[in-house]
Ligand binder design. Structure first.
Ligand code: ATP
Length: 348
């Protein structure tokens, strides 16, 4: 199937300053993707290149198999069937909600335009506010209007740059799920830029980790979580720490956490040195005998979980997060069990 969007060895940036290089990914029709990465890594720059606002410095962008950007030639943004929602909503302050949304419906006649705006307002669950102005709306309402305006011309692809970053945590989670439902309902593909890993996991079919000027990995959220290609990706999609490990056989290793046995083999020979990435949720304190003893230095009760700050015999401090009301006192000795079924191991 021809992808809706295809980036081939794309380099993009500003005035010949290359910000992102050798970018390759494909997006199928109706798929929702997120670009996640540290501040300044070039996420917005990539969106702007896809939208046609920035030139490409090498490589190509194809939409439905047609080249829309290559070095020295680019289809104008308005001919791309790509909608854009920016972080600051960018609503026109002097236009009502109705006129903001109708702005994207220049080709519609009066009655068709009124009907389309009404349908869009219903879609974003704001049926009664068409006469209001942007300053009379909450942040969440403004964001819904911005979404309705971007959806009005029925784009094939919607680009969203940190669309929920001005909203509080509960609202952004709720709106992210609503937006996902709307995009799926309308069959519109999307690429969203975010800093927020949980939001990216909640909304996306595909996730790309952009860092150090390159796309580190592109795949489903679970692929990135369970099979990260490098420690950078592993650290971006969830908390965790690297531990030096020496393979004792196919399934066991020696580490600062003691000798660990895993259910699945590492594919590495005895004596081989690896880095293991272990998440706090995979380290479980108990009173039974475990792989190593540790001292509880602090505990944080977070409601749904408890995070223990533990001191290992090696002097290293680590965290363990458990989701049951198991209580260990600060200052007590606990033994640790590492429970990762499938180890995340990197060659050293
Ligand atoms: N108009 C511009 N001209 C030159 N350099 C720019 C311009 N806009 C951004 N940059 C630079 O490009 C790099 C990437 O910026 P970009 O906004 O794409 O990052 P980002 O990953 O979206 O960051 P954030 O998460 O903080 O929004 C930064 O070093 C930035 O300073």
């Amino acid at each position: 199937m021809t992808p809706l969007l295809e980036l081939n060895s794309l380099s993009c940036g500003y005035d010949n300053a290359v910000i992102v290089e050798r970018l390759n990914f494909q997006l199928q029709s109706g798929e929702i993707a997120c670009l996640l990465g540290p501040s300044g890594c070039g996420k917005t720059t990539v969106l702007r290149a896809i939208a046609g606002f920035n030139p490409v410095l090498a490589g190509t962008i194809l939409q439905n198999g047609q080249t829309i950007s290559t070095v020295g030639s680019a289809l104008p943004p308005e001919q791309r069937s790509i909608g854009v929602v920016f972080q600051d909503y960018a609503l026109f302050p002097h236009l009502s909600v109705y006129d903001n949304i109708a702005f994207g419906l220049q080709k519609h006649s009066g009655a068709a335009k009124r009907q389309a705006v009404a349908e869009l307002l219903k879609l974003v669950e704001l049926p009664d506010i068409s006469a209001r102005y942007p300053h009379e709306l909450s942040g969440g309402q403004q964001q819904r209007v911005a979404l309705a305006r971007a959806l009005a011309p029925k784009p094939n692809l919607l680009l969203m740059d940190e669309p929920f970053s001005n909203l509080d945590t509960d609202l952004r989670r709720q709106l992210a799920l609503e937006v996902r439902a709307i995009l799926k309902d309308q069959g519109i593909a999307s690429i969203m830029v975010t800093h927020d890993q949980e939001e990216a996991f909640a909304i996306s079919d595909k996730l790309g980790i952009l860092a150090q000027g390159e796309l580190q990995q592109w795949g489903s959220p679970s692929e990135l979580y369970y099979q990260p290609v490098n420690p950078l990706v592993a650290g971006f999609v969830g908390k965790g720490e690297l531990f030096d490990a020496e393979c004792l056989n196919e399934t066991s290793v020696r580490t600062e956490l003691g000798t660990l046995e895993f259910a699945e083999p590492f594919g590495a020979q005895s004596g081989k040195r690896l880095s293991l990435f272990i998440r706090p949720a995979d380290i479980r304190p108990s009173h039974d005998s475990g792989s190593v003893m540790a001292t509880v230095e602090q505990k944080e009760f977070l409601g749904h979980s408890v995070v223990y700050h533990l001191l290992l015999p090696s002097g290293r401090r680590i965290e363990s997060e458990i989701f049951e009301p198991l209580m260990f006192e600060v200052g007590s000795q606990v033994s640790l069990h590492v429970a990762a079924h499938r180890p995340i191991a990197f060659a050293r």
